[in-house]
Design a protein around this ligand. Structure first.
Ligand code: ZN
Length: 191
């Protein structure tokens, strides 16, 4: 751990960690480090920001390809390719390309074990970015179940903990607004 100094984890090491290039031993050593590295969150954001080509400020990363970014007065979900999914409080899955596997044949393509779920009970959904076609998520849920909304980060609390509250902090941010979009669709469909 030559790079583990009194200043904590080096930015270079964080970069390797983010890119999945850090040897397992190093990852274990990092996990054992005392959490006294006040800077780590900001260094991590810097590393993330340097890896994307767009300018919007990354607030948090929510998955391998997706970030919540600040865009003007908005906080939106953005793919590393630049595709924008809109307000981060609305489940981005509703604006993605969805492939739902609902038959035995379709399950056979992904499950190699004998023990496959029953397609009459379970469906497997894959979510893709409409622009770069990266796979952004997979869920196996009861057939007909609403899309899971896995990550709705409480960004303002996080930034407060890290000691630098955002200027745009407001308690309205931390709420699930997915229903506003589905209600709009229902209205458009004349229901
Ligand atoms: Zn993309």
């Amino acid at each position: 751990m030559s790079e583990q100094t009194n200043e904590g984890i080096s930015k270079n090491k964080l970069k390797l960690l983010v890119e999945g290039k850090l040897p397992l031993d190093d990852i274990h050593a990092l996990l054992r480090m005392p959490v006294k590295d006040a800077d780590r969150f900001w260094k991590y954001l810097e590393v993330l920001q340097e890896r994307v080509t767009w300018k919007e400020k990354i607030l948090v990363r929510i998955s391998e390809h997706l970030y919540v970014v600040e865009k003007g007065q908005e906080r939106i979900v953005k793919c590393d390719c630049g595709h924008e999914f809109g307000d981060y409080r609305i489940n981005w899955k509703l604006s993605s390309l969805v492939y739902a596997r609902t038959s035995t044949e379709e399950f056979d393509e992904i499950f190699t074990t004998q023990n496959k779920p029953n397609p009459e009970i379970v469906e497997v959904r894959e979510f893709y970015c409409p622009t770069c076609l990266a796979q952004l998520g997979v869920e196996a849920v009861p057939a007909g179940y609403p899309f899971l909304f896995e990550v709705l980060p409480d960004i303002d609390t996080l930034y407060e903990w890290e000691g630098k509250p955002l200027k745009s902090a407001n308690k309205d941010w931390f709420q699930n607004k997915t229903a506003t979009l589905t209600a709009k669709w229902a209205k458009e469909a004349g229901k």
